[in-house]
Design a protein around this ligand. Structure first.
Ligand code: SIN
Length: 486
C-alpha cells in the first residue's frame, strides 16, 4: 500500500501524447519493493507497438515545441523544477519503495534530478551560433544550432529520476521532443515526473513514457525508426553496444553513459581519515549500485594496513535495512539476480586467495540484501577486479610505486570515473593526467552535480551529460552561407 500526500502522483499507465493509457495488449507487469518483495503496483506492459505510438506523438509535437523561444520553453521547465521540489517527499518515498535506497539518498536524488531541469532551462537561452570571418566579400558565413528532433531516452533503475531528468532537461530545453523508456524495475518514479510535467504546462506529445518489460522490442522500435534522431542511454556496456549497432542502420546521434570500474588510489602520503571517509561515501552510496562508485580500492604498501583497519572498522558498523527506516545506511540490492552476481564475484575472489574481513553472508530476512563487505588481497586477474561489482563490497588491492598504482588503475576497458588521495602537488598533476577516465576526483569523491560534464571514455561511453556541454548532444550544427551580397 503506497500512501502519498499527493495520491495522483501514483500512476500505472504509459504516458503518450499527454494521455495516460494502457498497453495496447492490455498486459501489465508487477513492480516490487526490493526490501520486502511486496508488489507495489501493476504497470502497463508496453511494447514496440506502444513505442511506435509514442514516436508518432513526439514527431507530431516537434514543430510546435521547437518553434517556441528558449525563454518560453524555459518557463515550462522552471515550473516543472518547482513542482518536482515541492513534491520532493512523495517522489523520494516512491523511489525508496521501488528502488530500495535510503530515504535520505532518495531525497537527494530528487533534488539532483530537479537541478538538471533548472540548469538546462537556463542553458538553452545561451545556445549561441557563430559568424565566421568570410572567405569573400560577396558572402557571409554563419553557424546556427538546431534541435536534433525526436530523442529516445532509455534510463536505468539505479537513479530512476536523476538519469531521466539529465536527459529530458537538455532535450526539452533546446526544443527536442522525447520518447522515454524507464527501467521496468522502477517505472513509478518516471511516471510521477510525467504527472508534474503535464501540470507544468509541457504540451501533449512533447514528452512520452512507455513502460514495459520488453526492453529489446521497445529498444528496437526506437533504434529502427527513421523518425528518431537520437538515442540517449544510461546502463550496461553490453546493452549500450547493442544500441550502438542498431543505431548505425539509420545513422542516429548517440549518447551512451555505460558501465564503470572506478579505482580509488590511496597513496602513502594521503590523509587517511579523509580517504577512508571518501571511499565509504563512494563505495556504499546506493548500496554500491552506482556507475561511478569505487569498484577497486588500490592502496599503497606504506599505508595499506592502517587504511584497511580503519575502513574495516567503519564498514562493519554500517546499518543495513529497509530504506524507509531512518537508521538505514545500506538498503537492498535491486533483485535476487543482483545479489547472486555480487555473491559470485566475492566467492570467486575468496576462492582465488582474497581474504574476507567483514561481511559475506546474507541475512535471511527477506528482501534482496547483501551485507557491507570488505575483502583484501584482490588481484588483477580476478573477475572482481575487472567487472563492475554493483554491490556493497570493498575490494582492496595493494600496490608499491606510483607507476604501479597508475598501471593497475588503468587496467580496465572502462573509463568513467577515478579517484585518488595524495597531498603531493606534483603527483596530483601526474596522476590526474595519467588516469584514462572521463572524470577524476582528487581528494574528493562527491563529483556529481548538474554543472559538471558527466561521462566516460573507452567503453564507458560517448558524450557528456550536465554542464554547458550537456546541450551539445541534442543540437545539430548548421552552416548557412549567405551569398550574392556584392
Ligand atoms: C550513475 O550511476 O550512472 C549515475 C551516478 C551519478 O550521477 O552520480
Amino acid at each position: 500500500m503506497i500512501s502519498l500526500r499527493e495520491p495522483s502522483l501514483l500512476k500505472d499507465q504509459c504516458f503518450i501524447d499527454g494521455q495516460w493509457c494502457d498497453a495496447h495488449s492490455g498486459k501489465t507487469f508487477s513492480v516490487a519493493n526490493p526490501a520486502t518483495e511486496e508488489v507495489l503496483a501493476h504497470v502497463a506492459d508496453g511494447d514496440a507497438v506502444d513505442a511506435d505510438r509514442a514516436i508518432v506523438a513526439a514527431s507530431r509535437a516537434l514543430p510546435g515545441w521547437r518553434s517556441l523561444t528558449a525563454r518560453e520553453r524555459a518557463r515550462c521547465l522552471h515550473r516543472w523544477f518547482e513542482l518536482i521540489m515541492s513534491h520532493q517527499e512523495d517522489l523520494a518515498l516512491l523511489m525508496t519503495l521501488e528502488q530500495g535506497k535510503p530515504l535520505s539518498e532518495a531525497r537527494g536524488e530528487i533534488a539532483y534530478a530537479a537541478s538538471f531541469v533548472q540548469w538546462f532551462a537556463e542553458e538553452a537561452k545561451r545556445v549561441y551560433g557563430d559568424v565566421i570571418p568570410t572567405t569573400g566579400n560577396d558572402r557571409r558565413l554563419l553557424v546556427i544550432k538546431q534541435p536534433v528532433g525526436v530523442v529516445a531516452a532509455i534510463t536505468p533503475w539505479n537513479f530512476p529520476s536523476a538519469m531521466l531528468a539529465r536527459k529530458l532537461g537538455p532535450a526539452l530545453a533546446v526544443g527536442c521532443t522525447v520518447v522515454a523508456k524507464p527501467a521496468s524495475e522502477t517505472p513509478l518514479s518516471a511516471l510521477a515526473l510525467m504527472v508534474l510535467a503535464r501540470e507544468a504546462g509541457i504540451p501533449a506529445g512533447v514528452v512520452n513514457v512507455v513502460t514495459g518489460t520488453d526492453a529489446r522490442g521497445i529498444g528496437e522500435a526506437f533504434t529502427g525508426s527513421p523518425d528518431v534522431a537520437k538515442i540517449t542511454f544510461t546502463g550496461s556496456t553490453a546493452v549500450g553496444k547493442q544500441l550502438l549497432r542498431a543505431s548505425a542502420e539509420t545513422v542516429k546521434k548517440v549518447s551512451m553513459e555505460l558501465g564503470g570500474n572506478a579505482p580509488v588510489l590511496v597513496f602513502d602520503d594521503a590523509d587517511i581519515e579523509r580517504a577512508v571517509a571518501g571511499t565509504i561515501a563512494s563505495k556504499y552510496r546506493n548500496a554500491g549500485q552506482t556507475c561511478i562508485c569505487a569498484n577497486r580500492i588500490l592502496v599503497q604498501s606504506g599505508v595499506h594496513d592502517r587504511f584497511v583497519a580503519a575502513l574495516n572498522a567503519q564498514v562493519s558498523k554500517l546499518a543495513v535495512g529497509n530504506g524507509l527506516d531512518n537508521r538505514t545506511q545500506i538498503g537492498p540490492l535491486i533483485s535476487e539476480r543482483a545479489v547472486s552476481k555480487v555473491r559470485k564475484l566475492v566467492d570467486d575472489a575468496v576462492a582465488r586467495g582474497a581474504s574476507m574481513l567483514t561481511g559475506g553472508s546474507v541475512p535471511g530476512t527477506g528482501g534482496y540484501f547483501y551485507p557491507p563487505t570488505v575483502i583484501t588481497d584482490t588481484r588483477e586477474e580476478m573477475a572482481i577486479f575487472q567487472e563492475e561489482i554493483f554491490g556493497p563490497v570493498s575490494a582492496v588491492t595493494r600496490f608499491d610505486s606510483e607507476a604501479d598504482g597508475l598501471r593497475l588503475a588503468n587496467n580496465t576497458r572502462a573509463g568513467l570515473a577515478a579517484y585518488f588521495y595524495t597531498r603531493d602537488i606534483g603527483r596530483i598533476w601526474r596522476v590526474a593526467e595519467g588516469l584514462a577516465y572521463g572524470m577524476v576526483g582528487v581528494n574528493e569523491v562527491a563529483i556529481s552535480n548538474e554543472v559538471i560534464p558527466f561521462g566516460g571514455v573507452k567503453e564507458s561511453g560517448i558524450g557528456r551529460e550536465g554542464s554547458r556541454y550537456g546541450v551539445d548532444d541534442y543540437l545539430d550544427i548548421k552552416h548557412i552561407c549567405l551569398g550574392g551580397l556584392s
